[in-house]
Design a protein around this ligand. Structure first.
Ligand SMILES: Cc1cc2nc3c(=O)[nH]c(=O)nc-3n(C[C@H](O)[C@H](O)[C@H](O)COP(=O)(O)OP(=O)(O)OC[C@H]3O[C@@H](n4cnc5c(N)ncnc54)[C@H](O)[C@@H]3O)c2cc1C
Ligand SMILES: *[C@@H]1O[C@H](CO)[C@@H](O)[C@H](O)[C@H]1NC(C)=O
Ligand SMILES: *[C@@H]1O[C@H](CO)[C@@H](O)[C@H](O)[C@H]1NC(C)=O
Ligand SMILES: *[C@@H]1O[C@H](CO)[C@@H](O)[C@H](O)[C@H]1NC(C)=O
Ligand SMILES: *[C@@H]1O[C@H](CO)[C@@H](O)[C@H](O)[C@H]1NC(C)=O
Ligand SMILES: *[C@@H]1O[C@H](CO)[C@@H](O)[C@H](O)[C@H]1NC(C)=O
Length: 547
């Protein structure tokens, strides 16, 4: 047993031209290689470790917390980085680490850092409503809410989210919530708790639920990874980008990686080992294209870019990248009667905001909170199709209210993700407002908000974008990409739309799985991260059950 394995390892390393330096990987020993250390990859890896497997987690980025190797800490607390501090998430795009962590190898927005998008996102944590899984007749059997609820419960036990992050159970800076809740309740909308009442999604508003625990940014880097790291069977390799799978027909035998030094080498699986792709909805398709899996045209481009794709007879024609979905965002701004006072982020960073920092040292105050002050949900119906909307409301300069309005579940548009000759994934067709139904519904919902804001008694005055057309023209990416390697029973090789089956296994492959935002076959009603974590919990269990 031992000799042949080493023999093949040497042959593979030689093939990769990496014989000169010894590999730091335990080739031939991994039951599971997981590609991508975002939320889905970390959760999956940790559950496999609990099942006693030997697991290698590969992440192309660095670690964003002190525990995972980051060394750029806040000057006033050497155990915290800027992304840990909830109060700085409101201004995350201005942080030094933003450019460092944002992926440069894809169009759209994704983070190439351990923790993936959850490391740099706005922390809005929307527990999915049951209807996200139950109202679509095409939804695959085995993935209805009754099947997913145990997975959601497992997630919430470790990573519950909170609407009340400050240890003193007080909410800070409530001026915006106060004027807006008054406005919505006058319209007949209802105040709910979006964590305990996740199914209430029509004309409701809530204090925001955030991915915060113990006054720092939560997420799998904090709530799952340390559990995996207690096991000697767990290996994490940062700064390691997977270029392609090494295939023998329908079997994956290993992955080709590029390490920090720029060298490539091949890491091999154990006999009967498996690979799980968890590179995110924008990242996983590249690995599939490079491995001869996807539309012919994309595989040909991957080949032209210099990747050693498998011989043509091994290509698997699946609709990878087709069906890309995302929430479109429309920006609404209004002058309000309030005065909100935006924190001075530089002073928080450099330690001179002693008032907020001393509160934070007691685990209290504004810095324990995220960006938004209210989240609202509603829906409208056009010709029998219900579409949902989310409004994430944040104060901006002075007394200005800034609403990020998403069109969510029920939207019928989709786009196409492909790859270019430089190995960059590209959005070939926009996923936004492609259908007449979506356009009509968006205009109708926005017009109703405009009418409400313009009512003389509202106290608000729309600013900058004051009519439907100008608000629609603010369209920007929701960054909640999904459905690029869609799950379903209609096998994509036979003209169907699905890339993975209900066990998340890629059609036509024996030991290749996808677990991340790519497989979710529809848009969720709210921000997507919680849904992706729930799916990862469910998928890990299904994969283990199929051994
Ligand atoms: C700026 C921003 C703000 C957002 N705000 C919110 C929010 O407030 N609430 C919310 O719910 N959602 C939000 N999202 C979306 C959410 O963060 C993502 O949907 C979620 O992180 C996706 O999880 P994932 O596991 O599918 O993939 P990702 O988070 O994209 O993780 C994929 C990981 O795999 C790694 N990877 C990819 N390819 C390879 C490869 N070939 N080799 C090695 N590693 C690889 C990447 O570096 C990354 O770490 C936001 C996203 C962004 C970008
Ligand atoms: C901090 O981390 C970076 C990136 O990991 C590394 O290049 C640098 O040498 C480290 N600096 C110190 C002072 O340790
Ligand atoms: C830094 O922050 C951590 C986490 O909130 C806390 O436990 C620690 O006491 C803080 N250290 C200092 C010096 O304030
Ligand atoms: C911190 O930043 C604030 C705001 O930019 C600035 O006024 C202050 O001088 C800075 N303090 C230090 C110590 O750098
Ligand atoms: C709604 O249905 C009517 C009547 O069938 C049709 O004329 C109209 O185009 C439809 N609108 C949309 C947005 O599909
Ligand atoms: C909408 O507002 C824009 C300016 O923001 C203006 O140019 C345009 O004419 C307005 N359209 C209508 C239909 O009023």
């Amino acid at each position: 047993m031992w000799f042949p394995r080493v023999g093949s390892q040497v042959a593979l390393l030689a093939a990769a031209g990496a014989l000169a330096s010894a590999s730091s990987f335990k080739n031939g020993e991994y039951d599971y290689i997981i590609v991508g250390g975002g939320p889905a990859g970390i959760i999956t890896a940790e559950r496999f470790i609990e099942a006693g497997k030997n697991v290698l987690l590969l992440e192309q980025g660095t670690g964003p917390t002190v525990a995972t190797g980051a060394n750029e800490t806040l000057p006033w607390n050497r155990t915290l980085t800027s992304i840990d501090l909830p109060g700085l998430s409101a201004d995350v795009g201005s942080l030094d680490v933003w450019d460092e962590y944002l992926c440069s190898d894809t169009e759209g927005y994704a983070a190439c850092v351990l923790g993936g998008g959850v490391t740099i996102n706005y922390m809005v944590f929307v527990h999915p409503p049951e209807h996200d899984f139950d109202d679509n007749t095409n939804w695959p059997e085995g993935w209805k809410w009754k099947d997913l609820k145990p997975a959601a419960d497992r997630l919430y036990e470790r990573n519950p989210g909170t609407t009340l992050p400050s240890a003193d159970s007080k909410r800070y800076d409530q001026g915006l919530y106060s004027v807006l809740s008054n406005f919505f309740s006058n319209l007949g909308w209802t105040a709910v708790d979006m964590i305990t009442q996740p199914n209430e999604k029509y004309q409701v508003y809530s204090h925001p639920a955030w991915n915060i625990k113990n006054q720092v940014r939560a997420g799998p880097v904090r709530t799952y990874l340390p559990l995996a790291q207690q096991s000697r069977k767990f290996s994490l390799s940062l700064n390691t980008k997977v270029i392609r799978l090494v295939r023998e027909g329908s079997q994956v035998t290993g992955v080709e990686v590029q390490t920090a030094s720029g060298k490539t080498e091949i890491v091999t699986l154990a006999h009967n080992g498996r690979v799980v792709l968890a590179g995110g909805a924008l990242g996983t398709p590249r690995v599939l294209f490079n491995s001869g899996i996807g539309p012919k045209r994309q595989i040909e481009t991957a080949k032209k870019s210099g990747i050693e794709v498998p011989p043509k007879h091994e290509w698997i024609n699946l609709p990878v990248g087709v069906g890309l979905k995302d929430h479109p965002i429309f920006t609404i701004m209004a002058q309000t009667p309030g005065d909100f006072g935006i924190p001075d982020y530089d002073s928080i960073l450099n330690g001179s905001d002693t008032k907020d920092i001393s509160l934070y040292r007691k685990s209290d105050g504004l810095l324990t909170q995220g960006k938004h002050r209210m989240i609202f949900f509603s829906s409208n119906e056009i010709n029998g199709t219900t579409r949902y909307y989310q409004g994430s409301c944040a104060p901006s300069a002075g007394s200005v209210l800034d609403i990020t309005t998403y069109m969510t579940h029920g939207a019928t548009s989709s786009g196409v993700l492909g790859i270019d000759k430089n190995q960059k994934t590209v959005i070939e067709k926009s996923p936004y407002l492609q259908t007449a139904g979506d356009r009509v519904a968006a205009r109708s919902f926005i017009q109703s908000l405009i009418d409400d804001f313009n009512a003389p008694s509202s106290g608000f005055e729309l600013e900058t974008y004051t009519n439907v057309s100008s608000i629609i023209s603010t369209l920007s990416p929701g960054m909640h990409y999904t459905s690029t390697a869609k799950m379903g029973t209609d096998d994509g090789r036979k003209g169907g739309s699905s890339v993975v089956d209900v066990n998340t296994k890629v059609y036509g492959m024996d030991n290749l799985f996808v677990v991340d935002g790519s497989i979710h076959p529809d848009l969720p009603t709210g921000n997507i991260q919680t849904t992706i974590m729930v799916i990862a919990e469910a998928a890990a269990a299904r994969i283990l059950a199929q051994e």
